[in-house]
Structures are given as C-alpha cells and as structure tokens.
Ligand binder design. Sequence first.
Ligand code: ATP
Length: 330
Amino acid sequence: MTNKYKIAIIPGDGIGKEVIDAAISILNELNIDFDYEYGEAGDDCLEKTGTALPQETIDIVKNCDACLFGAAGETAADVIVKLRQELKMFANLRPVKSYPNTNSLTENIDFMIVRENTEGLYIANQEEITSNGAIAKRIITREAEERIIDYAFKYAIENNKSKVTCVHKANVLKKSDGLFKEIFYEIGEKYPDIEKEDFYVDATAMYLITQPQNFEIIVTTNLFGDILSDEGAGLVGGLGLIPSANIGKDGALFEPVHGSAPDIAGKGIANPIAMILSAVMMLRYLTENDSADRIENAILKLLNQGTVLTEDLGGKSTTLEVTNEIINLL
Ligand code: ATP
C-alpha cells in the first residue's frame, strides 16, 4: 500500500511558480500518493484579492500534512511571518551542504542550522521610538529556548549526527544569552551520547569560513541564525541550491531560501534545485527517507556529470531540462 499525504502548494510569485512545478513533477515520479491543494499568497495575490495571505490559504495549510512554498516578492516577510505564527512553526532549518560543480568554498561541508523562529530580536511590534532614538527588545524565554534546543538534539539523534554546537553571545548578553547557554547544557544532559560545544557568534562567523567541516548541527537564536544561514549560503555557492524548512507542532512548510527573482522570472531559466531539495526536506519530515535519498542522489549525479545545469551554475539548460534530467537520473 502506498502512503498518502495532503500537501498544500503555494507557488507565490515570480520564479516561485516555475520551480514549484518542477518539484511537483519530481514528486509525481515517486511511489507515494500526494493530494495537492493549491493556495494563493504573495504580491500577485495582494493585487488580485487585496490581501497577501488570505484566510483560505492559511486554512489549506493547516489542513494539510505539509506545505511547499515557492517564493513571494515584496510581501514575502508578511506572508511567511504570518504563516510561521499561525502554524506555530518554531524551528527554522537551514542546511548548508557543498555539492560538486558549484561555487562551494571547500568540499565536505554538511551542517544544519537550527534557528529559533519565534522570539529573540525578531518579535513583531516590539520596537519603540524614544526621545533620543529607538529601542528594540530581545526576548529569550525558557519555554521557547528549551523547545528549540531539545529539537536540535532530537534532530541530531534522528539524523545520526554526533555533535550539537550552541551559538550565542553570553559574554556580552549575560542574562539573555547566558540563559540560552545554560539551557543548552541542561537539556544536553538528556543526550549523553551527543557531543556538546558552544561558541560566541562572532567566532562562529569566522569558523564557518576557516573550519566549516567542524560543524554538524548549530542551534542558535533568531537573529544570529538568520545571519549565519546567509553566510552558510555564501559558503556553499549560491541561492539556487539552498532549501529550508519551518517546523512546528501544527504544521511544516518547506521553501527555497531564494526569493521570487523578478530579474529572471518568466524566462524558464530558474534553477529548480533549491525547491526540489526543499521537497526532499519535506519527504524526510514525512519519514519518506528512501524517496528523499533517491531524489538527492539524482541531484548529486546531475551535479557530478555537470552537463545539464542552469545558468547560475554555469550551464545553459532551462528549468524544464534540468527537471527532466533529474527524473531520468532517479
Ligand atoms: P525578492 O524580492 O523576491 O527577494 P530578489 O531578486 O531580491 O527577489 P532573490 O530572488 O533571492 O532576491 O534573487 C537574488 C539573485 O539571485 C537574483 O539575481 C536572482 O536572479 C538570483 N536567483 C535567485 N534564485 C535563483 C534560482 N533559483 N535560479 C537562478 N538564479 C536565482
């Protein structure tokens, strides 16, 4: 009997619409029964309906097992922040992995950034104008930090990783990051087989360049995770390859890190790999690991052979040609 899942599909804007079709073509090659429910969101949706994220779309996502999201343009922050809140998606996962024939700084990079998604410095409407400037609050709660740190350790075990690195700035932010670091070692006691280490965020920014192979899983707060994951993207050579996941108790959403890329939208030349790897993350979330491995191996073969690649990777092929080649290699 094949497994059956309801998947919310939000193509969004620009190349989001193009790369999501590519991911669906690949999913349709698997021996899994997917039932797709389409929702609208983003700039085009705002123009058409007066809102960038209609309630109907939120309901579709809530009623599905997982959501695949293409990209949103100017409205991206509104759409994704609201969806994260509505679905209580507290963990943002950003894998940083080097692939052959790409602009990766070095080989054998493979780590996961587990970023807290709900608090830290990114609490909506918490900035204040004062008489001589402005103040932003940085919130660290025991509940949210225990949840993300525990998630990182569980992720390590489920993915056969041996070490979790806590990234903070506890020497300066003594109370807030002091607490984050303290909770890391407290929770870590439940996971005696996993090695634990902690670094300051500024040192980590350097180590990501000088010794990226040292990292397996990084767990960190909202702002630091945001910055380090873009550094990670630069490390392994480009937006066309980088997927992400937002995970919560009430749902999970998978999206490429890139945006709607208006400069290349409509030309059929967007690299679909970041979106397809986002679908691979979704398959792993659904515990369809064999299918996830199949697709990832096909992408690895495609990059190794280096003949059918989009322009961003130095090739001349279209989105459709790359997608069809991945299907051939499955
Ligand atoms: P947005 O406003 O939606 O964030 P943007 O252009 O500011 O759009 P990105 O969409 O992330 O930001 O694109 C940044 C650059 O990377 C653009 O030049 C874009 O063409 C390129 N790019 C992004 N994604 C891809 C992709 N999948 N394939 C090829 N090039 C890409």
